[in-house]
Design a binder for this molecule. Structure first.
Ligand code: HAM
Length: 421
């Protein structure tokens, strides 16, 4: 016999009933996005490699080590998207969404791909709930975006979180900061190979190094806040003022730089208790220069992505395990089965989730199947019931039974279920 084929390492099958929790999270996010005026984009999973190398930055871990990149049959270099921000900007520019009046508020849900070492909370195919607001630099928009993120997490019941904030300033502030940081980094020895290389070409990336040893060497390094010019400092102060006003708890983290090169000004991360090493459930920030980096006009923007896999890992296992109340039709004999098919359709027309057996089981086996499926009512239909135009309706929780006219059955059940009787 041929060997069994298994899924690729770091790529998971998400199965029922877990999928209902995924749908619930997406539903809650969509509801909040609607309230804040965000509309959905559906984007390809594959893009030209250059889109990501130009926007995320060639020295980042994502571009240098983690992308699924391959030539297509024509020899063009393609990459499975490692994140969505670059492609949202690409799509907005290509489809001229940036020319429409007002801030363009867009969201997209779906899988991302990074060739990282798989572990709890870290996968090679993972899923993001991603949103971007394009077209304004106002700090009020930053605050609104963060409020919206906290609203989504709050509605899902995730309260044990910490929001970390920093400002990365504009390119001028960053230049000043990088110069100071380089001087500091040169004074220390013992960097990992990556940091040794990056400390000259892209010193910001050293701050983001995952090695505990490098993090130790960074003690006492300069912080961005000291290099912000008046406009960037004012922008940051206004974001903090609004978060205070709306009572969003936050902590400033002057060393937060995020793992992607495109950020300017506000950057943030939400960390959840109970996730271990991979504890960031969401991250985001402003990226005022990205559009120009991609050949577009000036288009200040901000957004965030929630890691859906991690979010679901940290939510209680029962959260979102909702399935519609179900009716099971237990039919005995060919005539009853035939009638049951019509009755099933009637029930569904009334908006009731209804199922029956298709494997010729005995009544006893059908009853236990109904139980396993979580049916709250079972309709028992035999040849005798058919003759009288009646069926037995059994309430699973109590075992109580009554005779009901077949004609009235859907209406009665719909009533029972809507009133949760
Ligand atoms: P990011 O911080 O790279 O940001 O990813 C956002 C979130 O995706 C992380 O906080 C984490 O929850 C989740 N995530 C990342 N990698 C993995 C993985 N290998 N396995 C499981 N979950 C993962 C971005 O991607 C930016 N595009 C966010 C953004 C949107 N910035 C502005 N707009």
């Amino acid at each position: 016999m041929a060997g069994q084929i298994r899924a690729i390492r770091g790529m998971r099958d998400i199965l029922p009933p877990e999928t209902s929790r995924w749908q619930w999270v997406e539903q809650v996010a969509r509801e909040v996005f609607d309230l804040y005026g965000y509309r959905e984009l559906r984007l390809p999973l594959l893009e030209r490699t250059e889109l990501f190398s130009r926007s995320i930055g060639v020295d980042t871990d994502i571009v240098a080590k983690e992308m699924y990149t391959f030539p297509d049959r024509h020899g063009d270099s393609l990459t499975l998207r490692p994140e969505a921000t670059a492609q949202v900007v690409r799509a907005a520019l290509e489809n001229r969404l940036d020319r429409a009046p007002g801030v363009q508020k867009l969201y997209t849900l779906g899988p991302m791909f990074r060739y990282e070492r798989p572990q709890k909370g870290r996968y090679r195919q993972f899923h993001q709930i991603n949103c971007e607001a394009l077209g304004a630099d106002a700090p009020d928009l930053d605050a609104e975006v963060i409020l919206m993120l906290m609203e989504i997490l709050g509605r899902l019941g995730l309260t044990q979180v910490r929001l970390f904030l920093n400002s990365l300033g504009c390119p001028e502030c960053q230049q000043d900061f990088k110069a100071r940081l380089k001087l500091f980094l040169r004074t220390k020895e013992g960097w990992c190979d990556d940091c040794f290389r990056r400390r000259e070409i892209n010193p910001l990336r050293v701050l983001d190094c995952k090695s505990a040893h490098c993090q130790g060497l960074l003690k006492g390094s300069p912080v961005l806040k000291d290099c912000l010019d008046e406009a960037c400092a004012g922008h940051y102060a206004r974001v903090l003022e609004l978060l205070n006003r709306f009572r969003v708890p936050y902590e400033e983290n002057p060393r937060l730089v995020r793992g992607l090169d495109y950020y300017t000004r506000t950057a943030f991360e939400v960390v959840a208790a109970g996730l271990g090493a991979q504890d960031a459930v969401a991250g985001g920030g402003r990226y005022n220069g990205l559009s120009q980096e991609l050949g577009g006009p000036e288009l200040p923007a901000i957004g965030f992505a929630i890691g859906q896999d991690r979010l679901l890992e940290v939510l209680p296992p029962e959260a979102g395990r909702i399935s519609p109340p179900k009716v099971f039709l237990a039919a005995l004999g060919d005539a009853a089965r035939d009638r049951a098919l019509g009755l099933l359709q009637d029930l569904r027309r009334w908006g009731l989730a209804a199922e029956m057996d298709f494997q010729g089981r005995s009544l006893k086996a059908q009853m236990s199947l109904a139980d396993r499926l979580g049916a709250i009512y079972v309709i028992i239909l035999g040849n005798r019931e058919l003759e009288t135009g009646q069926a037995v309706l059994r309430r699973m929780a109590t075992g109580g039974q009554e005779q009901v006219a077949l004609k009235e059955l859907p209406a009665i059940l719909a009533n029972f279920i809507s009133g949760k009787v």
